[in-house]
Design a protein around this ligand. Structure first.
Ligand code: NAD
Length: 487
């Protein structure tokens, strides 16, 4: 019997073992070594979680919004008090640099919760006077039990992004975090208990997607499903949910264009471009993995961009000053290598990277590292430029004019996000309109306002999260129509 720490499921307010007693290894990406065990839950565990969520629903949904809000704000406060421990845990679990976990991931978790905990206090429904005949008003109530499935790249950030609006609106939740990064969700369970979240309101079942995840999506008592993950998985989730006519939001992959016009502030575009290409080892759905640079500045831009990419320090993510940690798993590393090999076969020119670094500290010898990689000379239609790699790999392609770059930007099946660098205000607005993606950033990347609708077009998503969209997603509108002659 191994001595590794065993993560437990969080069901009905208790930390419980999986019914079948089975566990999976949880591996630290920076070392490639097992460091804890995660429940390999199945339909029986999901059943227990649904049962608890069902029992908790009447009281939680009827609780005054201000009271729910107070409990959620307490959870946010406890996260803030525990940033250092949570950030370190996330770095060990995920491989991302500690500085990133501390400055972005964990603060965003409490921000998510506080945002929706306070938004619910201002959420209102509509009423319509039907001239001379009657009065309509809309009731909006929680939909019941929400099933939430989240990925590994921003583990607690994306879990709380969904859990917070679901709970704020009075739903109860059965959630499954990624089996690759379960540890911060486990700590979150402890925080929820400490904050006094009533038992059964949030239940976290750990395990594999095809087993525990599919059991959640296919459970007939779960009426709302919010999923973030890959497009292939999203298709499975949609198929499983469809026969039950569930309300489903799918946040999926991206192959986001990052467009630099000749009139852009080049230093800002390089700095922003390096972040957009390599943040979190390129494992952000919003990363700009296809760069398009106007011909006039292409040689200078390329030289400066490659020089900046080469400055990134790859190393032990727990060490201060490291810019790039490990990718999340051996499978993900192999996927990155597969696409890099494809780029080689397609005649791509490598300006930096293209392999794993060789100068890692001894602790990280067996970790899953890959150097920041810049490739040019590939056709816009090749697989490397069409498919999501989700690693520290960026391609750069020159373009002639606005029409050409709009066609290139829109020329994939994805439509999650895009970035445009230009000083020309009219062009910025025009491209904002012409590029088919859920978010278009101008002269910036990854500025997030939690009030705006967030999501993707085409194969990147269905439905929107964020702000009012999320509060609406987790509630069911019902129209009441009263005849009022003469109104
Ligand atoms: P993934 O699709 O492999 O897994 C996501 C989650 O789905 C995990 O919890 C997994 O266990 C679960 N899952 C797998 N099969 C399932 C099934 N049949 N039924 C139910 N659940 C199942 O994705 P990943 O590798 O964890 O994350 C990376 C992907 O997520 C990338 O494609 C990235 O672009 C995407 N992503 C999108 C957004 C967005 O907001 N659009 C944000 C972050 C990540």
């Amino acid at each position: 019997m191994s001595n590794f720490f065993k993560i437990k499921n969080y069901i009905n307010g208790e930390m419980v073992e999986p019914v079948a007693g089975q566990y999976l290894d949880n591996i630290e990406p920076a070392t490639g070594q097992v460091y804890s065990l995660v429940p390999d839950s199945d339909a029986a565990d999901v059943e227990r979680a649904v049962d608890a969520a069902e029992k908790a629903f009447p009281a939680w949904s009827k609780m005054p919004a201000a009271h729910r809000s107070k409990i959620l704000c307490k959870i946010a406060d406890l996260i803030d008090l525990d940033v250092d421990r949570l950030a370190k845990t996330e770095t060990i679990d995920n491989g991302k640099p500690l500085s990133l976990a501390r400055s972005l991931d964990i603060p965003r978790c409490s921000a998510n919760i506080r945002h929706f905990a306070t938004a619910i206090l201002h959420f209102h429904s509509e009423s319509h006077v039907t001239d001379g005949v009657g009065l309509n008003y809309t009731l909006r109530g929680p939909r019941g039990i929400a099933g939430i499935i989240s990925p590994w790249n921003l583990p607690l950030y994306l879990l709380t992004w969904k859990v917070a609006p679901a709970l704020a609106t009075g739903n109860t939740v059965v959630a499954k975090p990624s089996e690759l990064t379960p540890m911060t969700a486990h700590m979150f369970s402890e925080i929820c208990r400490e904050a006094g979240l009533p038992p059964g309101v949030l239940n976290i079942v750990h395990g594999l997607g095809a087993k525990a995840g599919a059991a959640i999506v296919g459970h007939k008592k779960i009426s709302t499903v919010s999923f973030t993950g890959g497009t292939v998985t999203g298709r499975e989730v949609a198929k499983t949910a469809a026969p039950f006519f569930k309300k489903v939001a799918l946040e999926m992959g991206g192959k986001n264009p990052n467009i630099i016009f000749a009139d852009a502030d080049m230093d800002a575009a390089i700095q922003g471009g390096v972040r957009a290409s390599f943040a979190n080892q390129g494992q952000v759905c919003l990363c700009g993995s296809r760069m398009y640079v106007e011909e006039k500045i292409y040689p200078t831009f390329l030289e400066k961009f490659v020089a900046a990419a080469k400055m990134l320090k790859v190393g032990d993510p727990l060490t201060e000053g490291v810019d790039q940690g490990a990718v999340v798993s051996k499978t993900q590393l192999e996927k990155v290598k597969f696409y890099v090999d494809l780029a080689r076969q397609d005649g791509g020119k490598f300006h930096c990277g293209g392999s794993s670094p060789t100068d890692l500290p001894a602790r990280c010898r067996d970790g899953y590292f890959f150097s920041p990689t810049v490739i040019t000379g590939l056709s816009p239609t090749c697989r490397v430029n069409q498919e999501e790699i989700f690693g520290p790999v960026v391609t750069i392609t020159p373009f002639k004019d606005e029409d050409e770059v709009v066609a290139l930007a829109n020329g994939t099946e994805y439509g999650l996000a895009s970035t445009v660098w230009t000083q020309n205000l009219a062009r910025a607005h025009r491209l904002g309109d012409r590029i088919n993606s859920g978010t278009v950033w101008v002269n910036c990347w990854m500025i997030r306002d939690l009030r705006v609708p967030f999501g993707g077009m085409k194969q990147s998503g269905v439905g929107r999260e964020g702000g009012l969209e999320a509060l609406r997603f987790y509630t069911e509108p019902k129209n009441i129509c009263i005849q009022v002659p003469g109104v």
